[in-house]
Design a protein around this ligand. Structure first.
Ligand SMILES: [Zn+2]
Length: 408
């Protein structure tokens, strides 16, 4: 008899299996293809599947002096609503997380307010000693300025001293200064610089939101085992044409030509991570030209819809939003195995729904996909054996914990 038994379909070794998962004290005690007895039982319907807890490695939760745009509470509730069980918090906040004291402040805030699990980032900018003191979960460098305006003036030094995985925003500062529309060359040039530093330094590097044909080609050609990269759903599903119709779709790096979008899809199997780059702004700030798109509450559903359209498989979703984030960032104790945490994203592959931003938990009540009908939806999120979101409702208190990141 287990405290809790989850019954239904789940994913094991790239197969969908029908069975039961026995849970005690928030941990997986048994994975069985038979039936298990539990004090409490959650049984899934036919179209539903337990996925291992999905992770978003690129999220801007604002807070501090920008609570109007988003705070840790609203942002992590949005994450649970979208089926995201852990988020990576980006450090280009106001004030930015560029010293160990601000990092401690950020950590305290998450301990009190986070509904999901989390990894916290530290912003690199000629602050090597502080970076070592902070003991963050990952590090971030902007090669050229984005939201917050801070960027690495000495990228290679910052990369060399990052104590853990360095996630980079790759856009060349000189090119974007002269070309505010941020042409593809800005990204390709910065990625080339990043790769040449990576060849020399042989340290873990994660290139964020790759959006161009030239960028993805350069990374795949070098094929350095310690270099990984992310692609966003908006660069997979939208182009420059969409932006021309809707100025709210301004984002850095910008939406690209159809040929770039196609290049991402042609190399889909080689993309290690899909991450939202959830970047909430108030509508007033968007109208003034702020760059960024909210994505936490649509990303998994967009991918499920792509599964239903035959573009990808549900295993791709697990690989790019669970397995590879664990591997790339060195996260311990989260694989779907006996002894690990019972954290799941429950999806209904058959459910059809319409994107309505007014139902979002994020403070950014708009979406590029407003009014879009999607087939496939997150219906439940389970954190350590507790249902924390069911049928669009957040249940319970902020009980997120810091991920156990072992690299660096
Ligand atoms: Zn970002």
């Amino acid at each position: 008899m287990y405290e809790l038994v989850l019954k239904g379909k789940f994913i094991l070794n790239r197969g969908i299996i029908e069975g039961s998962i026995g849970i005690e004290d928030g941990l997986i005690k048994r994975i069985s293809i038979g039936s298990l007895e539990g004090d409490a039982v959650i049984s899934l319907d036919r179209g539903q599947v337990f996925l291992p807890g999905l992770i978003d490695t690129h999220v801007h939760l604002r807070d501090f002096e920008e609570k109007k745009k988003e705070n840790v509470e609203s942002g992590t509730k949005a994450a649970l609503h979208g089926g995201i069980t852990a988020i990576f918090d980006m450090p280009n906040t106001t004030p930015p997380v560029i010293d160990s004291m601000t990092f401690e402040k950020r950590l305290k805030l998450f301990r009190r307010k986070a509904y999901t699990d989390y990894a916290l980032g530290f912003l690199m900018k000629s602050n090597c000693n502080e970076a070592k003191k902070a003991k963050a979960d990952f590090y971030k460098a902007f090669m050229g300025a984005s939201t917050g305006g801070i960027y690495s003036e000495n990228f290679e030094v910052d990369y060399a001293c990052s104590p853990g995985v360095l996630s980079i925003h790759a856009e060349d500062p000189k090119i974007i200064q002269g070309n505010p529309e941020r042409p593809p060359e800005a990204e390709v040039r910065a990625i080339e610089l990043g790769l040449s530093a990576a060849k020399k330094l042989k340290k873990p590097l994660n290139i964020c939101h790759v959006s161009t044909h030239g960028g993805i080609k350069a990374i795949l050609q070098e094929d350095l085992p310690w270099v990984n990269f992310e692609v966003t759903p908006h660069h997979l599903f939208l182009t420059k044409k969409d932006y021309e119709k809707n100025p709210l779709l301004k984002v850095y790096p910008p939406l690209r030509e159809e040929s770039d979008r196609r290049a991402l899809w042609e190399n889909f199997s080689k993309i290690p991570i899909i991450a939202s780059d959830h970047a909430p702004h108030t509508i007033e700030d968007k109208e003034k030209g702020s760059a960024g798109i909210p994505g936490l509450e649509t990303e998994v559903a967009l991918l499920l819809d792509a599964v239903n359209r035959g573009l990808i498989s549900v295993f791709d979703v697990v690989e790019k939003m669970h397995e590879n984030p664990l591997r790339v960032f060195g996260i311990i104790g989260r694989d779907f195995e006996v002894g690990n945490e019972a954290t799941f994203t429950v999806v209904d592959l058959r459910k059809e729904w319409t994107v309505k931003p007014e139902e979002f938990y994020t403070k950014a009540k708009w979406s590029p996909w407003e009014g879009r009908k999607l087939k496939g939806k997150v219906v439940m999120t389970v954190l350590r054996g507790r249902v924390v979101m069911e049928d669009d409702e957040i249940v319970g208190k902020p009980e997120g914990v810091r991920l156990n990141v072992q690299r660096g």
